[in-house]
Design a binder for this molecule. Sequence first.
Ligand SMILES: NC(=O)C1=CN([C@@H]2O[C@H](COP(=O)(O)OP(=O)(O)OC[C@H]3O[C@@H](n4cnc5c(N)ncnc54)[C@H](O)[C@@H]3O)[C@@H](O)[C@H]2O)C=CC1
Ligand SMILES: O=C(O)CCC(=O)C(=O)O
Length: 424
Amino acid sequence: MLYKEPAPIKDRENPFESMMSRFNIAAEVLGLDEETYNVLKSPARQVIVNVPVTMDDGKVRVFEGYRVVHSTILGPSKGGIRYAPDVFLDEVKALAAWMTWKCAVVDIPYGGAKGGIICDPYSMSAGEIERLTRAYTSSLVDIFGPDRDIPAPDMGTGPREMAWLMDEYSKTKGSTEHGVVTGKPLVLGGSLGRVEATGRGVMVSAMAAMEKLGMDPAKSTAAVQGFGNVGSWAAKLMAERGVKILGVSDVSGAYWNDNGIDIEEAIEYKNGNNGRLEGYKGAEQIDPAELLTSKVDVLVPAAVEDVITIHNVDKIQARLIVEGANGPTSYKADNIINEKGIMVVPDILANSGGVTVSYFEWVQNRMGFKWTLDRVNERAERIMNESFERVYAASQKYNVPMRIAAYIVAIDKVAMTYKYRGGF
Ligand SMILES: NC(=O)C1=CN([C@@H]2O[C@H](COP(=O)(O)OP(=O)(O)OC[C@H]3O[C@@H](n4cnc5c(N)ncnc54)[C@H](O)[C@@H]3O)[C@@H](O)[C@H]2O)C=CC1
Ligand SMILES: O=C(O)CCC(=O)C(=O)O
């Protein structure tokens, strides 16, 4: 056994451990040599920063933040920044590694990275978040760069934070650097289609998987956990393809309607309610734990890690799980999912539409040219479908579940590139 298991974190599963468990299985199937294994398992760089920020009451608070660069073998590292009260280093390490595998699965020339700041953005003013974003950026100015490490949005961040990051970085460089970050507002060099890209990719993956399973979207039902950027767009676009969305949830609770939730209405409600569904009247409130085990055909976890675990996996009724979130399934639940014959479109495939369109944004920034929405969507959809087929073919070839197949495709690509580069 080459890999030593890290200690568990309180009562939570460890996302890095979950990532490594799948990595180990795929590495074994591929017969990965020890040198490459050791290179690919360890993050290339882990930075912890402590940034002082003047709060609205005049007091200074120090926030802990992270940036983990997992790999730059395929190209500059790429990955979002998470603002959450419970973000921790092992989580960011896992998220950074998943970025490496994700970029390899969709065959775009990026390595993987991820960032995070321990904070609660929902309880902070816009001014406090701006000062925090700028302070974090200036403390990482030597890591970031259009050819080095390119951040993007993740949980708790969006175009607004990316605009501040781009502006702060540009000020320190003395030049406008559009390509240092993606997921920016359109006026600052953002790409059409980036906001909805991850949810759109989830929908495209869901449609591809439903076709393999012989499921008719117009006769299928779904539940979506998480109603932020990824979950709300995935729900909206799946509903447009005829899937009846019976349940949705966010941090405020879970909401259910036997006749199907009016997703446009729910989005409008949450947009006018500080981003939350709290108090939404178009559905009845149910126990959030029930949402995941409810009687639906398709389950889309699109919130946080480790929500499908050995504690609830037995009760899952969906035939198909499409992972909008990163790491929503703990590795201990994998075997039971496989025994139950549930197809999983894994995170590193299902949610890769976001980084794919981020890549398009970066390409447009470098060209100084804007693509139309049709061009963005058509190209992203093609990449998603081709990647799905690549992973599906690997699952057939090696007789492994889709998740392990995705790791096999990714590790094979990164390992081969490492060898061509002659190792470092
Ligand atoms: N934004 C992007 O482009 C991408 C995001 N992802 C992943 O998708 C997931 C969601 O990210 P975003 O939608 O961007 O974040 P977001 O901040 O826009 O939304 C997160 C949503 O999850 C809800 N939530 C949080 N904890 C929850 C819980 N315990 N139960 C139910 N709902 C809960 C929040 O209330 C919110 O509705 C994360 O795992 C992220 O890493 C993956 C690829 C790209
Ligand atoms: O758009 C990007 O560059 C990365 C998005 C992200 O953080 C993710 O895919 O998990």
